[in-house]
Design a protein around this ligand. Structure first.
Ligand SMILES: [Zn+2]
Ligand SMILES: [Zn+2]
Length: 264
């Protein structure tokens, strides 16, 4: 477990630094707000989310990886009854969990109460690598409960869950990055993975555009369920990011935490 935490933290910090540097060298859009204004709130939310997961781990007393070990020891879940080769189970588990996160994301846009939580992510006035860690702690806790439930149903190995979490975290940082990729490379890559240009459409102020491209890792689900929009109608340079009634308050941590409970 200690190795798992160290492995995840190293990948996260390594990728964060790489993507932050890449954004500075090859930005897709001109920055409208200084990084320092938004990063304090986004990092603040991320640290609060880590604390929330620690508290959840104490209360339950396990998270998704612990649940996978527990399900395996108690012979619970589909894969623990099937005895398929590990690599088959890992591929299937990643596909199932990625689909579940896609479906959860779509539901958070459709159910008004859940949208109140999720709009904290959308309130960011720009997208960059820190938008990937900008979520309300209650949404993070609900997402973890969903994953734990699914672990007991599917019975994946702990390794599959660790790989899935690293993939989800890594691809989320990548596709939120304000990064200019060569267009032919973007076109080829988005056949499989969600690229920054594809996910940026999801952060448009226009409802039809932000109700599209729900994927974080694989682009497959949006194509399959016809929720795919290739490019923003106003173009990547001119499009407005955030919520329709946007101002600069999302840069403030307290305002962001309180946003689900305000009238808007
Ligand atoms: Zn969303
Ligand atoms: Zn996003």
């Amino acid at each position: 477990m200690e190795h798992e935490t160290l492995f995840r933290l190293s990948v996260f910090l390594g990728l964060f630094v790489l993507l932050a540097l890449a954004e500075a060298l090859l930005p897709r859009r001109a920055r409208r707000t200084p990084r320092s204004q938004r990063w304090v709130a986004n990092w603040g939310l991320s640290l609060l989310n880590t604390a929330t997961l620690w508290l959840l781990a104490l209360a339950l007393p396990l998270l998704a990886v612990g649940a996978a070990l527990d399900a395996s020891a108690s012979d619970l879940g589909l894969f623990n009854a099937l005895n398929w080769p590990l690599w088959v189970e890992i591929i299937l588990a990643i596909l199932i969990f990625d689909f579940a996160i896609w479906a959860q994301h779509l539901i958070t846009h459709k159910v008004p109460l859940l949208w109140r939580l999720h709009r904290v992510h959308h309130a960011d006035t720009e997208t960059d690598v820190t938008t990937a860690i900008r979520f309300h702690p209650v949404e993070i806790a609900l997402s973890m409960l969903l994953k734990i439930g699914l672990v007991y149903l599917i019975g994946p190995s702990a390794l599959a869950i660790i790989l899935f979490e690293v993939l989800l975290n890594g691809t989320a940082m990548f596709n939120h990055a304000n990064l200019r990729l060569p267009l032919p490379f973007d076109r080829a890559l988005r056949l499989v993975l969600v690229t920054p240009d594809m996910h940026r459409v999801h952060h448009s102020v226009h409802r039809a555009e932000h109700d599209s491209n729900y994927g974080f890792s694989l682009s497959l689900w949006d194509r399959l369920f016809h929720t795919y929009i290739a490019q923003p109608s106003e173009g990547h340079d001119e499009m407005h990011i955030g919520l329709q009634w946007q101002d600069e308050r999302p840069s403030k941590l307290g305002w962001s935490l309180w946003l689900p409970f305000t009238k808007r």
